[in-house]
Design a binder for this molecule. Structure first.
Ligand SMILES: C[S@@+](CC[C@H](N)C(=O)[O-])C[C@H]1O[C@@H](n2cnc3c(N)ncnc32)[C@H](O)[C@@H]1O
Length: 215
């Protein structure tokens, strides 16, 4: 189980600042413990759906909703399920986004060689999942490629901007990836990497994507 961390909290804070209307229909995609679904329900969203591919995450999200008496629908599923439940007014997502060498496949955070195995399909799907006038908030690391996410979203016809950022020290997973990230930096010099001895940090960003009322 992915325990809520700095990225979860940064996204929850961004949700609180985003001006979500009280009657919003919200999707928390990649819900884990359900922290963002709980944030949305506690902030007054009319309808909150929490999706995760891991059965244990779904159970945990249900328990967290039930113990707080919050009307959250937690379901097992990926983007295919989200498509069937769309459109949403608001989507929040903290997907797996850690670049992973071959063989590393923890679905809580590992996301392929460039960290984009879940982020890319999500970016492609967002314009179809949102109601006109709706918006999405996605959190990921600078190592996942912030400009790539912004470009993909804009290509899909949504307005995309960074609305929150925080520099945080590497946790145990990222510390274990230092060598791999250094190798990748050689391939993608555009990706920043501050690896001063013993001072590894990453910038975590929240990206907001707004679907215009009219296209
Ligand atoms: C980084 S955790 C985030 C958990 C929680 N939202 C948070 O912020 O603390 C990512 C979650 O995405 C789930 N996940 C991974 N791939 C997925 C996919 N393709 N569709 C839905 N959920 C997925 C994992 O099981 C994991 O619970």
């Amino acid at each position: 189980m992915y325990r809520p961390q700095e990225d979860s909290r940064l996204l929850a804070h961004a949700y609180g600042c985003a001006g979500v209307p009280p009657d919003a229909k919200v999707l928390d995609f990649c819900t884990g413990t359900g922290i963002l679904a709980v944030t949305a329900a506690e902030a007054g969203a009319k309808s909150v759906t929490a999706l995760d591919i891991a059965p244990r995450a779904v159970l945990t999200a249900r328990l967290n909703a039930w113990s707080r008496r919050l009307p959250i629908r937690a379901l097992r599923g990926d983007l295919g399920v989200a498509r069937g439940l769309a459109p949403f007014d608001v989507i929040v997502s903290n997907p797996p986004y850690v670049p992973a060498p071959t063989g590393a496949r923890d679905p809580r955070w590992d996301a392929g060689p460039d960290g984009r195995a879940v982020v890319d399909p999500l970016c492609r799907e967002i314009p179809n999942l949102l109601r006109p006038g709706g918006f999405a908030l996605i959190v990921h690391s600078e190592f996942t490629g912030v400009d790539t996410t912004l470009d993909m979203l804009r290509e899909g016809g949504v307005k995309a901007t960074v609305v929150a950022r925080e520099r945080i020290p590497f946790g145990p997973v990222m510390r274990g990836r230092t060598g791999y990230l250094m190798e990748r930096r050689t391939e993608s010099p555009a990706v920043a990497f501050d690896s001063c001895a013993g001072n590894e940090t990453e910038e975590v960003v929240v990206i907001r994507a707004d679907r215009p009322e009219f296209r």
